[in-house]
Write a protein that binds this ligand. Structure first.
Ligand code: B3K
Ligand code: ZN
Length: 873
């Protein structure tokens, strides 16, 4: 594909004000009749040919102003429909196309999932249904008639409100949907099929009744009630926190089993991967419930941030995605524990975005160019995009932030907006110049902030010298300083918070210093004792922090910091250093009692009152965290061994306390998927995991008992996870029992696939090849592929990165096999190579060889060609 550049944006030459679609569903020959009401765009070029986008389309007929078009008047190919000289006055085009939804394995456009028909149009799937101006700044009012066999598809859903339904003859029926809100075609959707539903009614803040429903495959309605409840809570939250009311008479969610990503925010008709809808105590973990809640909220919140205000072009993707992730994170923080949610979000940010940002696929939150837009639905656009919004709120304060949001909704409702327009609302609402801040959208890479403190006991002053530097990223060799809000405090040796002298952070929000140059020195006065600085509280900016604190100082923060995030961070840093020392030495050098003692004390004080937080503290940094910390010439086996050594040592040192806590937390209360219950289960399972590392024989027994006795998936699967790391007969027995018990549940078998793909042993690759022949596995289903092959590539550091290159070869083979069928899923899988440059030379050479083999294969999709090309650059 050609390179598309932001600077080349120009307004559309034609507008489509209205579209009337008539879609006659058929398994192999669906007919789409589209009547488009067009006119020249006053802001476009006058009297130019009209060029509509298509993708693998077949034109059946074309009429201009209801008169069949003469062959000289137009040119049609699968990719394009050109009308050479369109009428000067507003006119209509009536376009008839035919598509085969059964043959659509890309899962873009109209396709079949199970026995249902569904669509996915973002980013550029609508052009696989009919010829259109498939760009987000063409806003159109859609009326959609859907017709199908009544037996095959009794349920027919579209965007907007239902306006009519009836018989269509020959056993067929129809439904007409009208969406009064102009929208880009990427938000278009239809669904047809035999589906069950759970339904309810939501009354909005102005008293309007909205029929809300979640549709699922027949027989699964009971598993959709949690999603429906999450939806109603999301609707109420957006009213309460952002003043945003829902705007149609109905809101439908449909769960399908074949879906390229998590879910899609089509206006009034969200379509979901069923993994993020279906849940019951027996089949879903607490993490699944939390994901369902977050994604239901995310798609719902898009109704305002994405749909009512959409993006001018795809370079502005973070305008809707970063903002909507920020909103769903805030929602989950309000519904659950704010501190624990923040820790979980930062873990994801570091694992996904920091990894992306330090490798060949690094790009700005708002990219300047792309070849394949589907490859830019990334952790940078989404998660770093959300961090930029959070920094904005930290910089200007909650009130100005809310005023800025109100202004944005007010001013840009019904339009396709840009990042500049968005940022200007906050500059206006706060009276601040946000010019430099906006550089976060343009400059890729993760800044490193270095902090050095000096206490002058005579003068009772504390000086903090801060510097920042951002490493180069592809296409951006030189970096400028960013605007970095550093939320901070000083903690005394015995734990008391030391009041900050006002001058130190003058001109900023209280407790926040803004580092906006390459370096700065902060001086605190009246500091009675040598303090321990607590920097980047709440992870106030997406940066790496280097700070010259020793273990004792870190443990002061762990114990006393008023900021829960930094408590957790301090414990992680201590653990990270212990693992890094073990990587160097090959053994845990001198057993460091301080960490075990601090954890023991912490558990005795906090496990009872805040189990969810305690579970986060007990979870060691991952192998990937350690690898990123090392940064270059990484040997994944050495990282694995070192982490395991530290874990074993810690588990053994704390074995008594862990066992005690484990049994205290054992409850026979019925499972409730709420935050409190989830927190207790998380801590109990963290105890089991660490205990089993320190005392493998007893741990195996305990895990086996929990595995068999569990009355919920959280506990059963956590136990299976512990067993999966203990080679032997018990593990194989448990795995067999699990697959037998859940043999009819594809989503649960996905967990089983994924767990086995992550076993850090050389036999895993063979196990994986065997599992690909399992009857439940299919290369055609994205969830299956991601569970088995994706987990191996993305979450099995030692085996994907085998020194002999067999892991790379396997994943490369899978990418190529998938590419012919589903390029988006193939390209996403290939991003597992994004960290290849930080490996030691032998593995680096093997990874490069595999990447070159992919890149050199003829007939690659633009998706895979783009990722392989950039990965090698
Ligand atoms: N907007 C969709 C993602 C579409 C991805 C297209 N390749 C889901 C979401 O972010 O809410
Ligand atoms: Zn989104």
């Amino acid at each position: 594909g050609a390179v598309i550049r932001l600077e080349d944006y120009r307004p559309t030459d034609y507008l489509i004000d209205r579209a009337e679609l008539d879609i006659r569903l058929d398994r192999h020959a669906t007919r789409i009749l589209a009547k488009l009401h067009l006119r020249a765009n006053p802001a476009g070029r006058p009297a130019v040919p009209l060029v509509l986008d298509g993708d693998e389309l077949r034109l059946v007929s074309l009429a201009i102003d209801d008169v069949p078009a003469s062959p000289q008047a137009f040119e049609a190919s699968p990719e394009r429909l050109v009308v050479h000289a369109p009428p000067a006055q507003p006119f209509t085009l009536t376009i008839e196309t035919e598509t085969d939804p059964t043959a659509n394995t890309k899962l873009m456009g109209l396709y079949r999932s199970g026995s249902a028909y569904c669509t996915q149009c973002e980013a550029e799937g609508f052009r696989r249904i009919t010829y259109f101006l498939d760009r987000p700044d063409v806003l159109c009012v859609f009326t959609t008639r859907i017709e199908a066999d009544r037996q095959e598809a009794p349920v027919l859903l579209g965007n907007g409100n239902p306006v009519a339904a009836g018989e269509a003859g020959g056993g067929r029926h129809f439904a007409i949907w009208h969406d009064p809100f102009p929208k880009p075609c990427y938000l278009f959707a239809i669904v047809g099929g035999r589906l069950d539903k759970v339904a309810d009614r939501f009354t909005t803040m102005s008293g309007r009744a909205v029929d809300v429903a979640v549709y699922v495959e027949p027989g699964k309605a009971a598993d959709a009630t949690y999603a429906l409840d999450a939806l109603k809570r999301s609707m109420a939250w957006d009213e309460r926190v952002f003043g945003r009311e829902y705007d149609l008479d109905v809101f439908n969610v449909v769960a399908v089993s074949d879906f390229n990503m998590g879910a899609m925010e089509n206006k009034g008709l969200n379509i979901f991967n069923d993994k993020y809808v279906l849940a019951s105590a027996e089949t879903a973990t607490d993490a699944d419930y939390a994901n369902i809640e977050a994604i239901i909220a995310h798609e719902y919140f898009h109704n305002w941030t994405g749909n009512r205000i959409t993006c001018r072009d795809w370079f502005q993707l973070c305008l809707k995605e970063g903002l909507t992730v920020f909103r769903d994170q805030e929602f989950s923080a309000d519904e659950r524990s704010r501190a624990v949610k923040r820790i979980a979000d930062v873990r994801v940010l570091r694992a996904q975005q920091f990894a992306e940002d330090s490798g060949p696929l690094a790009h700005p939150v708002r990219p300047r160019q792309y070849r394949e837009i589907n490859n830019f639905y990334t952790a940078t656009v989404y998660e770093k995009g959300a961090e930029v919004i959070r920094m904005l709120r930290t910089l200007i304060g909650d009130d100005a932030f809310r005023r800025g949001m109100d202004l944005y909704f007010d001013r840009y409702d019904g339009t396709a907006a840009t990042i500049e327009e968005f940022v200007a609302c906050f500059a206006e609402a706060s009276g601040r110049d946000l010019g430099h801040f906006a550089q976060w959208y343009e400059q890729a890479g993760t800044p490193t902030v270095n902090a050095r403190g000096h206490y002058d006991a005579e003068a009772k002053t504390y000086r903090l010298a801060l510097t920042q530097v951002t490493p180069p990223t592809p296409g951006q060799p030189e970096k400028a300083p960013q605007v970095i809000p550093i939320r901070l405090g000083l903690v005394g040796g015995s734990g008391a918070e030391i009041a900050l002298s006002p001058a130190a952070t003058a001109g900023h929000m209280p407790g926040v210093f803004v580092l906006d140059g390459p370096s700065a020195t902060l001086t605190f006065t009246n500091v009675p004792e040598k303090p321990v600085p607590s920097l980047l509280r709440g992870f106030s900016a997406p940066v790496r922090l280097e700070i010259d604190l020793d273990e004792d100082e870190l443990l002061v923060l762990f114990r006393y910091d008023s900021d829960a995030f930094n408590q957790w961070q301090s414990a992680q840093t201590v653990a990270t250093r212990a693992i890094l020392r073990a990587v160097g030495a090959g053994t845990p050098p001198a057993p460091d009692r301080r960490m075990a003692d601090a954890l023991r004390h912490f558990l005795s004080m906090r496990a009872g009152s805040d189990p969810a937080f305690a579970a986060q503290v007990l979870a060691l940094p991952t192998e990937a965290d350690i690898a990123r910390e090392i940064g270059h010439d990484v040997d994944p086996d050495a990282v694995h061994r070192a982490r395991q050594l530290v874990k074993v040592e810690l588990g053994a040192a704390l074995a008594a306390e862990l066992a005690e806590l484990y049994s205290q937390l054992s409850s026979r209360e019925p499972y409730v998927p709420d935050a409190a219950g989830a927190g207790r289960r998380a801590l109990r399972n963290a105890c089991l995991d660490l205990f089993a590392a320190g005392r493998p024989a007893e741990g195996e027994d305990l895990a086996m008992r929990q595995f068999r006795d569990a009355d919920n998936m959280t506990d059963r699967f956590a136990a299976l996870g512990v067993l999966s790391h203990l080679p032997g007969a018990a593990r194989e027995t448990a795995l067999a029992e699990f697959s037998e018990r859940f043999r009819n549940n594809a989503l649960v078998l996905d967990k089983w696939f994924s767990l086995q793909a992550m076993i850090p042993e050389p036999e895993t690759l063979e196990r994986l090849r065997g599992l690909m022949r399992h009857p439940a596995f299919s290369m055609g289903n994205p969830n299956r592929v991601r569970s088995l092959i994706g987990s191996f590539a993305m979450a099995n550091l030692t085996q994907f990165n085998r020194a002999d290159g067999a892991g790379y070869d396997f994943v490369a083979d899978m990418v190529l096999a998938l590419d012919a069928r589903n390029p988006q899923v193939a390209a996403r899988l290939l991003t597992a190579f994004r960290t290849w440059k930080m490996l030691e030379p032998r593995r680096r050479a093997e990874a490069e060889k595999a990447l070159r083999r992919v890149a050199g294969t003829p007939g690659l999709s633009p998706d895979v060609a783009d990722i392989s090309g950039r990965s090698l650059s």
